[in-house]
Design a protein around this ligand. Structure first.
Ligand SMILES: [Cu+2]
Length: 324
């Protein structure tokens, strides 16, 4: 019986679609739940980009795997004792051309797809810091990795880092949903790696460097009160396993309330001699990063000016200075 190539192609396409569609159905439906198989549940705005790359690459390599297995089976069953063996070194023009064309197709389709889409994802999302920075309600966090915990710091109401009203937490972070979170990450001892599997985000904490990344929880994929895991993905010593933290997701109002309370209690217990409190730094401005502090102060002035009875003159003054 002859194998029908059309039938095989259809079977492969069906397999490919079957792998793709469960993910798509989840993305469009209700908030996905954690399962004990597959990828960790995605709660982020951009994690689906990484998942797409993984799924498509899985489909490509599955197709290649099936083709290779069929090819080997054909070789086993077609070339048997019924005919005399023919030897060649594989250096004929035909053999070299087939090898090169096949390699080129795999390289340009599988690796090319990864390269083009990963580059696009980096520029549109993961390395698109201006997108996060221009959001007026973006949350900034300073993160200090050390053996064996994560110290995190939020600026507090004075909008300045390393002051008495900073919120300082250990291992358990809180962020708002649908607001970008920008993190500056350092390490005080060895290399650690801050990992948020549910956001498809990971960044090394390297001694002597300030590394940055940003991410955002999506209201379409997570609900307020959800808690996801933080892990260290760089083996960093005996108690590496202890660097498990949590990230709690709140809606914007609840987050503001939490910040207010956490800042008040941090301020009340502030001890300037405590090394666990005073490890922060002035928010580092990377090239082309707008002056966040100035922006926030200006925004506060603007809203104060608008709500005051003599708003006219102050608002004009602010606008004039901006246009200069
Ligand atoms: Cu670590």
């Amino acid at each position: 019986m002859r194998t029908n190539p059309k039938k095989w192609l259809l079977a492969l396409i069906a397999l490919a679609l079957g792998t793709l569609f469960p993910g798509m159905a989840l993305a469009a439906g209700p908030i996905p739940q954690e399962t004990s198989y597959g990828l960790p549940r995605d709660v982020s705005a951009d994690g689906h980009r990484i998942d797409w790359l993984i799924k498509v690459t899985l489909i490509f390599v599955t197709i290649l795997f099936v083709i290779m297995v069929i090819w080997m089976l054909l070789a086993v069953f077609k070339h048997n004792h019924k005919h005399k063996a023919e030897y060649d070194h594989g250096d004929s023009r035909h053999a070299i051309m087939v090898g090169m064309i096949l390699s080129a197709v795999i390289f340009f389709v599988v690796d090319g797809n990864l390269w083009v889409n990963a580059t696009r994802d980096l520029s549109q999302a993961f390395w698109n810091f201006p997108k996060a920075e221009k959001h007026p309600e973006a949350v900034r966090i300073e993160l200090n990795a050390h053996q064996w915990a994560w110290d995190a710091r939020y600026a507090g109401p004075d909008l300045e880092f390393n002051t008495a009203d900073d919120i300082v937490v250990l291992n358990d972070l809180v962020i708002p949903i649908d607001r970008p979170v920008i993190v500056q990450l350092v390490s005080t001892d060895v290399i650690h790696s801050f990992s948020l599997p549910n956001f498809r985000v990971k960044m090394d904490a390297t001694p002597g460097m300030t590394n940055r990344f940003w991410f955002m929880a999506s209201g379409k994929r997570a609900k307020p009160g959800d808690v996801v895991e933080i892990g260290c993905t760089q083996h960093c010593g005996t108690n590496h396993y202890k660097m498990r933290g949590t990230l709690k997701l709140l809606d914007w109002e609840a987050f503001q309330l939490w910040s207010k309370e956490a800042s008040a209690s941090s301020k009340a217990t502030y001890d300037e001699k405590s090394p666990t409190r005073n490890w922060g730094w002035k928010w580092k401005r990377f090239p082309n990063e707008p002056d966040w502090y100035k922006q926030q102060v200006d925004a506060k002035k603007r809203s104060a000016a608008l709500s005051s009875p003599t708003s006219g003159t102050t608002a004009v003054a602010t606008t004039e200075r901006e246009s200069n």
